[in-house]
Each structure stands twice: as structure tokens, then as C-alpha cells.
Design a binder for this molecule. Sequence first.
Ligand SMILES: [Fe+2]
Ligand SMILES: [Fe+2]
Length: 379
Amino acid sequence: MLLNLYSESLKDSQIFIVDDEPVNLKLIERILKTEGYTALTTITEPHRVVEEFLNVRPQLIMLDINMPGLNGFEVIQQLQNIDNVELPPIVFLTAQNDHSYRTKAFECGVLDFICKPFNRLELLSRVKNLLALESAHHELSARNNSLEAAVEKRTEDLRKTQVQVVQKLGRAAEFRDNETGAHLLRMSNISALIAKHFNFNDEEVQNILYASPMHDVGKIAIPDHILLKPGKFEPEEWEIMKTHTTLGYDILNSDESALLRLASEIALYHHEKWNGTGYPYQLAEEYIPISCRIVAVADVFDALTSKRPYKKAWSVQDAHEFINEQSNQHFDPKIIKIFNKVFPQIIEIRDRYLDEDTEIGYSNMNKITVPEKLAAVAN
Ligand SMILES: [Fe+2]
Ligand SMILES: [Fe+2]
């Protein structure tokens, strides 16, 4: 759409006319009024310009140069010192034609000159052009702002949609698995807490919060007779069970979304171990993405302390001890350091999202041996 440069509404623009000679003020005022301009402020004392400016916010300032007290350059300086203010066009009213002097004025931000003695047509043309310029500038920046706001809103909507999609996928996996919604809430919040203390920025922390509940989404594609088997897996069943990592990656992988990319990474590597004995690729140490090393600790801790059909919940003390025993084995020791540091907050998260039938502080450690514990959290 074309900008309407010369609309009649420009005649209502606020115009400042600053000159210590009342005769000049009267003359300019008469010329402009005759032409239909309505909002004119005449100022004879230059030191009042800033104060008036803050009250009126004009769209054009016509400024004499040689005035007692403050000259035109000094008035401009004062206006420029006001914080967070965009100045309107300033035009000098001058009898001087000197080149270097005009250059200085341009450098100070003066946009144009109106020569004394005033020529009516010249004065009207310059005022009209400068007001049109100011109005076009405003219209453009208003359009830019509204475009920026629209883009921001679209981006936010897109992000909300992505978050909803990954949350729904997580729910879908939940229906087919023993893991409860509360487990997903706890492990994702614990993951985000650790990430925050690992110096992830706010957006990265949010991403890990929303992406980590998808870690087992690949279980959707595991046959029921394996996924829901109550006893131990046969070796070939175990091999199929392990594919929930690569299946999850295939389901989630997307070039378009950083959130889905992270979710697919977590799905793929959340069973890798620091010592290289995990699956599917036996990655070790820093070869395992940091997000997955974080999620591994949060997921195992919460799985240990949760009740499952095949096991009772461990006490938080026993789980804490076990996680520490696995530092440098299953888990990255740097993450374990943070895990220990934020342990009181981890317990707060656990208490906030309790399973309905979880018994707080329940310890079943005496009845379960360590290899059984490992089997209990392995899948
Ligand atoms: Fe898993
Ligand atoms: Fe889990």
C-alpha cells in the first residue's frame, strides 16, 4: 500500500515556531494559519523549548538560530539530551547562507532551512514536505512494530503448538507404558533444574523441560507382548525393547523444530552410559550429548523412587546413594555433582508431583538386591 504523503490531516500537526523576534513569529503564524494549519505553538524564549516539547511533542520544530541566551544549536543539543525521545524534523530559520555553517547545521540533525526574509511559497512547501516526511516515518515505524508483533505472536503460537504436539506424544507413550504422567512431570522438571545449574540459558532449559518427557515415545512401536511382559525379557525380546530409542528418534526427528530435534536426540541417547556400556550405540563420556546425560540421571532417579508393577519404590536416600555409586559409571560425574548440589530442590519437585499412591520415604532396599535394581530401571 502506498503511503499518503500529503493528507489534509497534516494541517493538524503540532508545529513549534521558536524565534526571539515576535514579528517573525507573527508572520510565520499568519502564513501557516491562512493555509489551514491549526496547532501552532510560538515560543520567544529558547530556554522554554524543552519544557514545551515534553508537554506537546510537536511534529515539526522551526527554529531561529541567533537568539539571546540559547542559540539554535544549543536548543538542539538540549533536545537531543532528552532520554528515549525521537526528535521530529527541525528546520532552521536563517538569513545566513554560509556553506560551512549549513554543514554544521546538517551535522547537528537540522533537516532543512527556511531563508529570511520569508517567502510564503517556500515556507509552505518546506513545512508541508517536512510534515509529510515525519508522518511517513511514523507510519512506517508503526507498521514495522505491528509486523514485529505479528511475527512474535506467530512464533509464540508455533512454539505453543510444538509444545502441545510433544506433550500429546508423551501422553500417547504413557498409555502404552507403565510410566505415569507424574513420572514425566518429575523427570522433566528435574532435568530442567539440572540443566539450569549447568548454565543452560532460559530457552535451552525450557526446551529440555518440554522435550525430555518424550524420551520413551518409541515404546509406542514396541509390541504389547514385549512392552507389557511382567517377567524378565528373553535376549531377543530385550533387543527389540532397546529399539525404543531409535524408534523414538525416527518418530520425533525434524529439521524444522529445535524442540523436536532435542526431543529426538534425548529419545535416541537416553540409555547411553558414561562408561560406554549403554545402548543403542555404546557412546561414552562427552560423545553422549549433554542433554541426554542430564535426562539419564533425572529419569533413573525418578524411576527408582517410583512404584512400578514389577517393583516397589525406593526411598530417596537409597536412590540418592545408588545414583552416586553410578557416578563415572552410568552417569557423568559433573552431572552428579550438580544432582547432589540441587538435591533438596529435586525432593521439592518430587513432593510437588507425587503419584497418588506413592508412599513418601518408603524403603524396600533390604528386599531388593543391586542387580535386580539395575534390571528394574534398565527399560
Ligand atoms: Fe527408555
Ligand atoms: Fe522414564
